[in-house]
Design a protein around this ligand. Sequence first.
Ligand code: UTP
Length: 414
Amino acid sequence: MDKTQNVMELLKVYNQEHVINLLEKLKGNKKEELIEQLIKIDFHQIKELYDNTKKEIEIKENKIEEISYLDKAKLKYEQREEFDALGEDIIRKGQYAVVTMAGGQGTRLGYPGPKGTFKLDVYGKGKYLFEILAENLKEANKKYDTTIPWYIMTSKENNDETEAFLKKNNYFGYDEENVMLFMQGELPLVDTEGKLLIGKDMKIKEASDGNGGVFSSLRATGMLANMKERNIKWIFIGGVDNALLKMADVTLLGMAIKKEVQIASKSVVKANPQERVGVFCKMNGHPKVIEYSELPEKMAEEVDSSGELKYGESHIMCNLFTIDAIEKVSKEPLMYHSAFKKNSYIDEEGKEIIPEEPNSYKFESFIFDAFEFFDDIAILRGKREDDFAPVKNKDGVDSPKTAKELYEKYWERQ
Ligand code: UTP
């Protein structure tokens, strides 16, 4: 059977006749391109993901327990000194790398370009989010007399624009040799009947597979191998949209080394028990970030003997992994979550439909779903005003306006 027949068979088996109709109409390059794309799609996986959207969420007998953490502000002087020295040593030896996940679509912000190219209106002149990150890393390089390799994860959708932007801005003074872009994977979008969506370019519509895709894409793109060649031992992985993200925190790194764990994370305490954020816990004996919607209300309010919330450490996309941890997780399939979203498509008559209501499912994995592959995690509580100025929404909470205020206030205090 040749590849066209093969693809046709698969489309039939998986009820994608509308794609067969399209293939029959297409000619030459366009047809070839679509066939090449279809060959790479795992139809079985897509069917499974779609079927899961129909299932009631299983309420398993999960055992949820609080997880221990240290508060950076309350560390004893000697302990802090010890952590800092351990962390600093790794960075100075050139065994530390940073990954920025910049493959998101930033739909809530509503800004048309890649989020890292968004200019935060600080100090009149403004600073791009990528510029703020580069400044943070350059400061660490100067302090520890090194150049930290900086890996930036993009998506198929925003890779070229990100690359051109960084080049045009001369990598904000970062050593070009040490900035490596790599693309994350994609998964097809499906409608409410599990049919693949067709885009304006006559291809199947796909979207980034979520920030949990970072592990497998580090491997698939050769970046993991590149890190090994450079003798990297610890990797920080953070988001692109926190203007106060500290990517080289020696206390966090040293604490992870001292505790002999493979993963570590910086948290900030919940603003109030009802805040809608994911918090750390142990689930069935493994570290886990539990969504606010899954944490029973009573537990969300529980406090320990010192009056602190038992489930109060929010995950802020500020994570550390050993190279072995990345190697391990890059081979494990992470679970996928589905999001029901609006996506335009081409109908059977070739007309573009721009929906006004959500019409299709996007499948994403989340970076924190990797935690449960480990027995333990070191959590360091930072401070909201020092560590967390997210740019998520167009207005209101976690918007450019709140991030600008937090950023400027932080730098006034330094
Ligand atoms: P969010 O989950 O906040 O998504 O990403 P987003 O794309 O920025 O925004 P919305 O939800 O569409 O409004 C947190 C971090 O993970 C990255 C983002 O770029 C951000 O740094 N991310 C997200 C990826 O790199 N790839 C993805 O597929 C999703």
